[in-house]
Design a protein around this ligand. Structure first.
Ligand code: PLP
Length: 383
């Protein structure tokens, strides 16, 4: 039983596998690299996918969507493509290493960085962020939903603060896209980094960055785009400018099918189902002696993941027992977000994190919680 959809979603809807195979077997060619029919068909799939992504995030001009390899490459582009030495960036203690590490690297080249601690429930305070704004602040960068405890951050209020302060707003939607509705322009998000392979149900190696029209972005990779071939410089055309090299067409075709699936099911239906599963898991886990659940008390302030520890039981050992004894896949440890664990008080052992997906059933959650009881029992007896 796979309960690690926060890492990458599995299984994918059947139509995703079909679309990947179709792009590889029937289409075969690269988009924008030839005038023959196969290449034109590849270009059509690429365009449709860009349109589907744009519609999904309420973006009117799909040229503002840049395809990337994952959320990490989208975050790197957003940061390296906008920041220059002397800029100040505000982020929080709840961030993933995919946001923190590029920022640490930029700090070595003259970017000033403030990391604002969240509360012990993982929630960011807008007032604390406001208090950190300086004259040279260029950007506020936060994750929409914590990948450690599921805390849903107040991105509307943060967007308002960014407008007031005249700074860019970068949102890491790795754990919210495909679960929560995101009207990027309506909220006031300037840069939205999204993985294609998690909640959007696309294949590995897919991701995207939305860039609002007023945001100046510099390419971080130069190369062939299939356009303006005589120019020595990278073409300054969206999105070609940022998509040098051959596209992951099978992945993008699968992503298009994943978004189609979500549209057919309805985002709110998917969110509601997931909420029911997480609520059930929480109730069952809380009944186990020694269990602590992390994140905001109110379950409606959390989504996507549920993190817990059992007192006296090593989280990694528990996850290993769940895997070996019951074929349950959950992630344990620090979830690539060390500062978030410090904030939540779960260093050094981290937590066990479960994240159900669109195909997870209530029966599976009940099986999972029984398995936890048995594994905890076994670990305690052998201690
Ligand atoms: C909050 C957050 N940001 C960024 C990432 C990186 O995503 P990707 O693996 O698509 O690069 C993850 C992955 O788990 C994440 O949870």
């Amino acid at each position: 039983m796979y309960l690690d959809n926060a890492a990458t979603s599995y299984p994918k809807p059947e139509r995703v596998y079909e679309a990947v195979l179709h792009a590889m077997r029937e289409v075969g060619a690269s988009p924008g690299r030839g005038g023959y029919r196969r290449s034109l068909e590849a270009g059509r799939i690429l365009f449709q996918a860009r349109e589907a992504v744009a519609t999904f995030f309420s973006v009117s001009d799909s040229a503002r969507i840049i395809f990337t390899h994952n959320a990490t490459s989208a975050l790197n582009l957003a940061l390296q493509g906008t920041l220059v030495a002397g800029n100040h960036v505000i982020t929080t203690s709840m961030e993933h290493n995919s946001l923190l590490r590029p920022l640490y690297a930029l700090r070595n080249s003259g970017i000033e960085l403030s990391i604002i601690p969240a509360g012990s429930d993982g929630m960011i305070s807008v007032d604390d962020i406001r208090a950190a704004v300086r004259v040279n602040t260029r950007m506020i960068a936060v994750s929409h939903v914590s990948n450690v405890c599921g805390a849903i951050q107040p991105i509307r209020q943060l967007a308002g603060l960014c407008r007031e302060a005249g700074v860019l707003f970068l949102v890491d939607a790795a754990q919210s896209a495909g679960y929560l509705p995101i009207d990027a322009p309506g909220i006031g998000i300037d840069l939205l980094a999204v993985p294609g392979h998690k909640g959007l149900l696309g294949p590995f190696g897919t991701g995207l960055l939305y860039v609002a029209p007023h945001v100046p972005l510099t390419p971080v990779i130069q190369g062939g785009t299939g356009s303006h071939s005589t120019a020595e410089e990278q073409p300054q055309v969206m999105p070609d400018s940022f998509e040098a090299g051959t596209h992951n067409l099978p992945g993008i075709a699968g992503l298009l099918a994943g978004i189609d699936f979500i549209r057919d099911q309805g985002l709110s239906t998917i969110f509601q189902r997931e909420h029911v599963l997480l609520t059930q898991a929480e109730l069952l886990l809380r009944a186990i002696p020694g269990v602590t659940i992390y994140g905001p008390e109110d379950p409606s302030a959390r989504c996507s993941v549920l993190s817990f520890t059992v007192s006296g039981v090593d989280s990694s050992l528990l996850a290993a027992e769940l895997d070996h004894g019951f074929a349950v896949s959950v992630r344990a440890g620090l979830h690539c977000a060390p500062l978030a664990h410090r904030t939540l008080g779960t260093l050094p052992g981290g937590t066990v994190r479960l994240s159900p997906g669109w195909s997870t059933s209530c029966e599976e959650i009940a099986f999972f919680s029984d398995a936890v009881v048995q594994c905890v029992d076994k670990i305690r007896k052998s201690a």
